[in-house]
Ligand binder design. Structure first.
Ligand code: DGJ
Length: 548
């Protein structure tokens, strides 16, 4: 009887095991509520303090030149390419030896991974497609430009190409399902910077026939348009919108097939169009997820969770504009690529301030490649340190920050640089507002002149009605009431410096006197403040003196 009981218990334990494993390692997912977003990793909101490696760092021998940079940067996530040519060099024969090396090494370095699928399109071209795809233009046709010439990009209109890419991508997801039960890989980016340069769309007969047809219903619904042909509905935008729809639908089918195996969050990244105005679509990656066509991607690609900007502009106003375009109630903000030069480090603050799920400078390894002028000329220690200090500051509280962001309670700014900038930024936070200045001394009320180098940044989270967490570098912040009642004012009741440790606030000291009389001044030191405000109900002035 005893042994029957034991057997039964064992059986029950075995049956329960997969369920327990699943709850122990729930698959990462994106959660959106009330227009705010969270990437849920291991069951809790997660802020991706990311780094992307250089394009050709995706081989086992390169990894020893990757990890030291990642450790120095204090990143918690690494974005790494996986090339189609690498996993399917011979059609139907798959080789995952790079992932066999990458996954255990990532775990040993205590970081998560985002895999970048360089398939049909990498920066719009088929560079990472296997030779058997590149050399067979009959089976895998290229686009045709408006003059009837063969274009360098593969056409999104052929099932042969789509099926071949999809099969390899599904194999990759099957590999992850089998070999990554702990979800070291938290997201996947199918394709890379899609679209086409130099031709607004494919003008091949098969594409033209579709272009002359009706706009699909989901797109009409998304754009609130009446039915008609592409030209009738979208006029001058028709060619680009059609191309975006065609590429997005193609990626959607690949992503959906991958998600059917393992439903990891998936995003596409954009080689951006100009931030202001509208240039001819032939001057940027037409059909890629530039900001004019986010709605097209939303309608065409429900399996794609996020449309993301790769931001390489150093221009402050343009950078902020891109963040605003991609930060939408239906689109979680993530900056999966940005420059790794010194002036980009401060943009981390407005990115996390807008509640982004992640940020990742590009080229963060010691393989010796530098994509200057997009990024740094050299990833020397001083440059690396500007990124590392951001991550050191946020790493202990990334879970808390991600949870505040998911409630829409975070804000942030970076030092402006345009010639007319007043070296000061005002941010409305509802009941309170803040003014952040750059280049002031810590004591007194001198005019903000900007820092000698634009490295200032500051981010704030509202953690209770009258309680805020503030942090940053090389910036001064003043808080105020947005709509004070008559004679109402506010005071900083208590300003604590401290840090988060495993979800707990660890007190260090109270800031008072000079330290708070002229705003709160952040220097190069890594400091986190927790502030309690109190509104003071005022009374009208009392008449003074003797009227007689
Ligand atoms: C954006 C691409 O997505 C990256 O793979 C890389 O090519 C950079 N541009 C440039 O270094």
């Amino acid at each position: 009887m005893q042994s029957v009981k034991k057997c039964l218990a064992l059986l029950l334990a075995l049956l329960a095991a997969p369920v327990a494993a699943q709850t122990e390692h729930p698959i990462p997912r994106l959660e959106s509520r009330g227009g705010n977003h969270a990437l849920i990793v291991d069951g809790k909101p997660f802020l991706m303090l990311g780094a992307q490696v250089n394009n050709s760092a995706n081989y086992p021998d390169m990894l020893p030149e990757v990890w030291p940079a990642i450790r120095k940067m204090h990143a918690n996530t690494v974005e790494v390419p996986v090339g189609w040519e690498q996993i399917e060099p011979v059609e139907g024969k798959f080789d995952f030896s790079f992932l066999d090396t990458l996954l255990p090494q990532a775990r040993a370095n205590n970081v998560r991974l985002v895999l970048l699928w360089f398939g049909t399109w990498k920066n719009t071209a088929p560079a990472y497609a296997p030779a058997w795809v590149k050399l067979d233009q009959k089976r895998f046709p290229h686009m045709i430009n408006a003059k009837g010439e063969v274009h360098y990009a593969l056409s999104p209109h052929y099932r042969s190409t789509l099926e071949a890419d999809k099969r390899a991508f599904v194999k990759l997801m099957e590999y992850l399902k089998k070999n990554d039960p702990q979800n070291t890989v938290i997201m996947v980016q199918p394709e890379n910077e899609v679209g086409s340069y130099g031709s607004v769309r494919d003008f091949s007969p098969i594409a033209q026939k579709l272009f002359d047809g009706q706009v699909p219903a989901p797109l009409l619904k998304q754009m609130k348009k009446q039915s008609g042909t592409w030209r009738q509905v979208f006029g001058g935008d028709a060619d680009e919108f059609f191309h975006a729809w065609s590429i997005a639908s193609y990626i959607d089918e690949i992503a959906a097939a991958g998600k059917a195996v393992k439903p990891l969050p998936m995003y596409v990244n954009a080689a951006l169009a100009g931030a202001f105005g509208r240039q001819p679509a032939t001057t940027y990656s037409s059909g890629g997820p530039v900001h004019f066509v986010i709605d097209v991607y939303k309608a065409a690609a429900p399996a794609i969770d996020i449309v993301a900007p790769d931001i390489y502009t150093r221009d402050h106003a343009a950078y902020m504009a891109y963040l605003d375009y991609y930060d939408r109630p239906d689109n979680a903000l993530i900056v999966p690529e940005t420059g790794n030069d010194r002036d980009f480090a401060r943009f981390f603050f407005p990115v996390v301030g807008r509640g982004s799920i992640g940020f990742a400078p590009f080229g963060m390894d010691y393989t010796g490649y530098y994509n200057y002028p997009l990024g740094a000329k050299d990833l020397d220690d001083a440059t690396m340190e500007l990124f590392a200090r951001n991550y050191r500051l946020f790493a202990p509280m990334q879970r808390e920050w991600a949870a505040w962001a998911a409630q829409g309670k975070t804000w942030g700014v970076a030092e402006p640089t345009d010639p007319k900038a007043e070296h000061s930024q005002k941010v409305d936070m509802g009941k309170y507002n803040m003014t952040v200045t750059f280049g002031q001394w810590q004591f007194g009320t001198d005019k903000p002149t900007g820092n000698a180098e634009p490295v200032g940044g500051l981010a704030v989270a509202q953690i209770a009605e009258n309680e805020f967490l503030v942090t940053g570098f090389k910036a001064r912040v003043y808080f105020g009431l947005s709509k004070p009642a008559p004679f109402e004012s506010m005071m900083m009741l208590r300003v604590e410096e401290g840090r988060y440790d495993n979800g707990k606030w660890i007190f260090r000291r109270v800031w008072n006197g000079d330290s708070i009389d002229y705003g709160l001044n952040f220097t190069d030191r890594e400091q986190v403040l927790r502030i309690t405000f109190a509104a003071v109900k005022g009374t009208p002035p009392i008449p003074v003196g003797n009227p007689n």
